[in-house]
Design a protein around this ligand. Structure first.
Ligand SMILES: Cc1cc2nc3c(=O)[nH]c(=O)nc-3n(C[C@H](O)[C@H](O)[C@H](O)COP(=O)(O)OP(=O)(O)OC[C@H]3O[C@@H](n4cnc5c(N)ncnc54)[C@H](O)[C@@H]3O)c2cc1C
Length: 638
């Protein structure tokens, strides 16, 4: 079918409510919400701070390309390419001085402000610089209006994962913010989807024909696979590896078995140890994408064994007969600690605590529907301020590092180069950004910081008119090993406070769709670099076409009509997503001793380093723990 005809059939021309629109006024999502200038008094303002104080400035409700939205990386990439300073323009040195300037308004930066204020006292003056148009970093909130109601979704950070294993510092912080994790046992409906299962979508480009097969993981494998468009050999091998309980390493001790699994990829384990035909690999290829952003050829078999899938959409076969005992990383808690906007609620609770009056309310219930007042984030009168749309470009001591009393932090706020001074600075941004901000860092530390290549991934959220097609098919999620988005799911069923989850199939719903672009076969870090380039070059229109096409092909048989049923699309593009985690297979060349994250996070005079990159773990508690560590360094300085 001709492309434009297919586009029409998919509804590409159809107006999506508020697509790239902010309360009905078109904005340029690029730069720094430049279109908002038109909204400020008389349409004259060119100052970003005026835009952010506009009553219609409300980033969570923006649709289209979000996450690392256009404009967030412009100056950072110019800095990387050595092109920034020549064209930077006039440098305005503001008369503002702080006890602490924090670069990065994610959970780590916000937590650092919280810990510092707690230790230094309520009069501490703190400025947080954040390059996005919203705070929270990966913990972002997406709002949709569908079927005349507000629907929430997490744009990034999804859940408080395994809180029992949190450190005391992280547990205490969550509790002090008012989060009672026990409440999720009541708020999260663990029964709603119990009769709905998982389907696998075999796409024609990868498997020869489009076919949706329900009953994955619940139907006996031979029966399930008999319905799949796979060859007899592939069906037989997949069924065998799922059902046989063979000890492929007879005679080896538990430790020896684990060591072997640690140093081979899961793809090699399947083909060379379990004797599965290579033709079966496309079925398994993307299993680790959700956690690692790369496929089975790049991740160790041991990591696959240890890290079960949070969505329970698939299991890694082949380990049952090996008698490996319980996975060492076994999680104690169910995957239910989910606010309707994910851990954006944690970020919002932090902001509520740091800046009185910024978000009304007092409890974990009322944070969910409370509307943030962005106009209050950066007021002269506040002790703690959050300056959005501000990319830090330099953090340097105002004299020799041994004796300097201050750090000067320069940043681009909109199009203006400004700087402020502070007694101390915490860089709670990305590890690989830090060498460009602090040119004087030792080379060894810079190299270690560059080892962190963040994982690119996309959390696409699609508001649909109702979720009857899923009900009809008897499923709540789809694994799509060959498709543009490899996992599609109904949202987590959680109702908190006044927010009620759409628990009836005739109600509108926000779908979750996962995409993790990478370059299979290349070294893992190169895979992420390639995926990031691809992401940054892909326009929203391509995403929209792919989303519509995929949903239509997967759900069309159950009455879904893309052109009618899609009410809103937000593509949360995390070009710089998960922190880089070390894997025994793909990072086997790392020397013993201090890991790159430990070398990279060393205090440098009055500059300390937080962020989850500093702990090489892509989790909220890591971001909090690293913030706490950085604050202890700062406090010792004062
Ligand atoms: C899609 C996704 C889903 C996730 N899901 C979960 C989950 O379910 N549970 C969990 O525990 N963890 C999850 N994580 C990991 C978790 O989100 C992170 O570990 C944690 O939020 C990181 O917080 P952070 O503050 O360290 O970094 P970030 O959230 O990345 O915040 C750093 C901020 O600094 C900004 N910044 C960078 N450079 C500059 C600069 N030069 N100037 C100004 N600002 C700058 C960045 O744009 C960013 O906003 C997820 C991550 C992603 C990407």
């Amino acid at each position: 079918m001709a492309d434009d005809l297919r586009d029409k059939e998919l509804g590409m021309g159809r107006k999506i409510t508020r697509r790239d629109f902010l309360d009905g006024v078109a904005v340029s999502v690029g730069g720094s919400l430049i279109g908002l200038n038109a909204l400020s008094a008389g349409g004259q303002a060119s100052d970003n701070s005026v835009q952010e104080k506009s009553p219609v400035y409300y980033p969570p409700s923006l649709l289209g390309m979000r996450g690392d939205h256009d404009g967030t990386f412009t100056f950072a990439h110019m800095l990387r390419d050595g092109e920034f300073w020549d064209g930077a323009g006039a440098h305005e040195k503001l008369a503002e001085s702080y006890d602490l300037v924090i670069v990065g308004g994610g959970i780590s930066g916000l937590a650092a402000a919280y810990f510092y204020r707690k230790q230094a006292g309520p009069d501490a003056r703190i400025l947080i610089l954040e390059n996005h148009d919203d705070f929270g970093g990966h913990a972002k909130r997406n709002e949709f209006t569908a079927g005349n109601r507000l629907l929430l979704a997490n744009g990034g950070t999804q859940s408080i994962e395994n809180p029992s294993a949190y450190s005391k510092v992280s547990k205490d912080l969550i509790r002090e913010l008012g989060v009672d994790t026990a409440q999720f046992y009541k708020d999260y409906d663990q029964k709603l989807y119990s009769k709905l299962g998982t389907a696998c979508f075999f796409d024609r480009e990868t498997f020869g024909e489009d076919r949706l097969v329900a009953g994955m993981n619940t139907t006996p494998w031979p029966e399930f696979l008999a319905k799949a468009p796979l060859s007899e050999t592939v069906r037989r091998d997949i069924a065998r590896v799922y059902t046989e309980k063979t000890d492929y390493f007879p005679g080896l001790s538990l430790q020896q078995k684990r060591a072997k699994l640690a140093h081979m990829s899961y793809a090699d384990f399947l083909t060379k140890v379990c004797n599965v035909t290579k033709d079966a690999l496309p079925f398994f290829q993307k299993f680790p994408h959700d956690l690692y952003g790369a496929g089975i050829e790049a991740i160790s078999a041991l990591a696959c064994y240890e890290n079960e899938d949070d969505y329970e959409s698939f299991t890694y076969p082949g380990f049952e007969g090996l008698n490996l005992g319980e996975p060492e990383l076994d999680k104690e808690d169910p995957y239910i600690f989910h606010f309707p906007d994910g851990n954006a609620s944690v970020a919002r609770l932090l902001v509520r605590s740091l800046i009185p009056g910024s978000i009304p309310g007092h409890t974990m219930d009322d944070i969910v529907t409370a509307r943030a007042d962005y106009g209050r984030l950066d007021l002269d009168s506040s002790r703690v301020r959050i300056r959005l749309n501000s990319t830090a470009v330099q953090a340097r001591h105002t004299g020799p590092i041994e004796s300097a009393k201050e750090v000067e932090v320069a940043y681009m706020h909109g199009e203006k180069l400004q700087s402020v001074r502070a007694k101390n600075c915490i860089l709670a941004c990305f590890n690989m950004m830090i060498p460009y901000l602090c040119l004087d860092l030792p080379d060894k530390q810079k190299d270690a910081l560059h080892y962190c290549v963040k994982v690119p991934l996309v959390y696409t959220r699609v508001a649909i008119r109702n979720w009857a097609p899923f009900q009809t098919l008897g499923i709540h999620q789809i694994v799509a090993p060959g498709s543009y988005h490899s996992h599609v799911a109904l949202d987590f069923p959680v109702s908190i406070g006044e927010y009620k989850f759409p628990s009836h199939a005739d109600e509108p719903m926000v779908l979750f769709m996962l995409r993790t672009p990478c370059a299979p076969g290349a070294p893992r870090q190169d895979q992420y670099r390639a995926g990031r380039v691809e992401l940054l070059q892909t326009p929203f229109s391509t995403f929209e076409r792919k989303i519509r096409d995929q949903l239509q092909r997967m759900l069309g048989s159950s009455g879904f009509v893309a052109t009618r049923d899609i009410e809103g699309i937000t593509v949360n593009r995390w070009a710089h997503g998960y922190s880089y985690e070390y894997d025994s297979y793909s990072d086997s060349a790392l020397p013993a001793g201090e890991r790159p994250c430990e070398i990279g996070r060393k205090q440098f005079g009055r500059i300390s380093i937080a962020n989850s990159d500093a702990g090489a773990r892509a989790y909220t508690d890591c971001a909090i723990d690293q913030a706490y560590r950085a604050v202890q360094e700062v406090v010792k300085n004062t």
